[in-house]
Design a protein around this ligand. Sequence first.
Ligand code: IPD
Ligand code: CA
Length: 273
Amino acid sequence: MSVRSTWWQAGALAQAAARAAGAAAMPWFRRADLVVEGKADASPVTIADRSAEAAARAVIAAACPDDAWLGEETGTATRLDGQDGPGSGRTWIVDPIDGTRNFVRGIPLWSVLVACVEGTDVAERVIASAIGFPALGEWYEAVRGGGARCNGLPIAVSSVSELAQAGFGYYTYEMFRQHGLETVFQAFSSGTAEQRGGGDAYLHMLVASGRLDVCVEPGLQVWDIAASSLIVEEAGGRFSDLTGGRDLRAGHAVLSNGALHTASIALLHRLRH
Ligand code: IPD
Ligand code: CA
């Protein structure tokens, strides 16, 4: 079997896992009796997050038992079947609900993030990913080299080439403040035409589909960015960390339409040095 056909199989499996996770989470959305717990990092978690991760994990374990796992709620496993010995060299990186704060407030911008990566170092390569917004009915996916789609139709980034004309996406001002990046927030907010906050991966998919032009994201875990990075790249855009490197574990990210990437990294460099 060719490498490319195994990547397309991984893409189909990513979509199946995202659908299963979405189906597990949806019954809890806007339920008045949903119990919200706090994690060690003070972020919220619910039975919907845990049920969604279990559902995605079951789908992938059944198809690829010797693949590795990294999930936000269940952590790491070197093989999904729990056996000793070498695994396949692939890892599934899953955030069962990205935007749990939106989920618990009844805001439909939460998503299921599924990425399949080859390799185990910081330059690991995402080969397939799926992002589903079950409450919106929007399902994004990409396979490396095969373009990006939403609900089966190709998507593409915008052609905006000046930051002054751009739509800028971010999570919260507080994330910039916590990371000592207040001047970055101010410069991108005042130097762009439009600003949108609070959307988690939804903002990344707005970049991928040409509706926003650049997102700057401090304070990310690898499961917050792995799936988005491939979909934005396959839609014609670019992903990097704040310095222009491609480390998924850097803890922060810039996602852009590509045309704005060099200017965005240069602005970040000037502001941080
Ligand atoms: C959050 C989002 C957000 C990021 C936060 C995360 P969660 O994910 O990805 O964009 O800035 O740090 O906690 O907790 O809703 O999965
Ligand atoms: Ca999450």
